[in-house]
Design a protein around this ligand. Sequence first.
Ligand SMILES: Cc1ncc(COP(=O)(O)O)c(C=O)c1O
Length: 452
Amino acid sequence: MQLSVSILVVSVLGLFLSCVFPSADRGVPWTLGGPQTESLKTSLIQMPPFTPEDIDGVRASFPALSGDYIFFNTAAGSQVLGSVADRVRDYLITPNLVNDGYKAAADFINASPDEIVFGSSATQLLYNLSHALSFSPEDEILLCPLDHESNIAPWLALAARQNLKVRWWHPQLPPEDQPGCVNPKLDLTNPPISPKTRLICLTHTTNILGTIHDIKSLSAKIRLLNPQTLLCVDGVAHAPHRRIDVKDLGVDFYVFSWYKLFGPRISQLYASPCARAQLQSMGHFFNPAESLDDKIGLAGGWCQELIYGILAVVKYLTPRWEGVVDQEERLQSVLLGLLAGLDGKITIYGEWCGDAKVRVPTVSFRVRGWKSKDFVEAIERETNGRVKVSWGTYYSVRLAKEVLGLGDDGVVRVSLAHYNTVEEIRLFYTALLKVLGLEGSGNGARESDWKI
Ligand SMILES: Cc1ncc(COP(=O)(O)O)c(C=O)c1O
């Protein structure tokens, strides 16, 4: 019985996908197609289904999802697990609880407790870090315009204070990577570092493009080219989507924020023992200066109740990563396929392909003839405020303006999490067709194709 249900689900999914990903020989205006689309389709059909029971259980873990809203704005801050709220409350009202959240937070990224420090935001932690590092005049730091400003501004200020040279690692914009797709890329096999480069700062995943950078290969390359170079990675837009292992990645610094990761409003920075040894302590002279917290925690004693809440996120995510990635790959493939099928009306910024190896479900685009702001407002009106998408440049202003050539209006960003569903994408897409006046025009999938 279970097998036949699975076969049914897989076949109906196959039928659905063949409509969502129409092949060129059926003459459908599919601009982002080709052999990759075919292999993607095959791999999606073979994927074990994220069953209705799974998704129901997942959604039930998030109290905010029981309401009417469709949250397509995870990259700005995810919904929070009910179990996190329970633990925060428990800590506040129960005397003498041992705080097991600190160790769980370190374990979560394969670090030890003395290698991490908490702070109110990733931005604040990177500023603290930049004040504890000292380089020689004329040393170089390499920054990237694909990054959120939080991994740029502290380093520009450090360069100004210490008279360092700033160099920029510019991405390439392949001319017509795919029609309807603007996809800036870094050549990670060839980082432009010199014998004077002391620090490279790069995002793991960009918060607009959703592109994943292969940090593991990059760090290996850096060690070969100049072992003195430190690598500081911003994992804020990556952490909600993939398991992080800082030792495997080979990074010197890694920062992320639990409020994007289904948890409380607190952020975490890792430093490798070797990088930590290079930090001057910002602690009081009479206090120890060993751990990362001693050195740059500024005696903050960060909200213990929030740290206590982190264990709930760890417990929730640890057994689920595989399902999370599967579900996200399905969601992003469906959404990208639909957008690409809109006959040239949409420009996608980032990878057009839904492969989980290359991107996360943070999908940014512009609609021809529309300001991003107007389009988002029209979707809100059409759905009575139910669908939460957003527009803008998301503090990645250099990426939006210098790299993508956009103005303040930026992009429309649909940022999904594993708790979103194909049904929610259907509702968004139906609203989109109405807003663009394309209902019944034959664009994209028909209503009947959604029954999966
Ligand atoms: C990629 C990226 N880096 C850094 C940040 C800043 O994080 P925080 O709000 O914790 O300072 C954000 C916030 O959206 C982000 O998306």
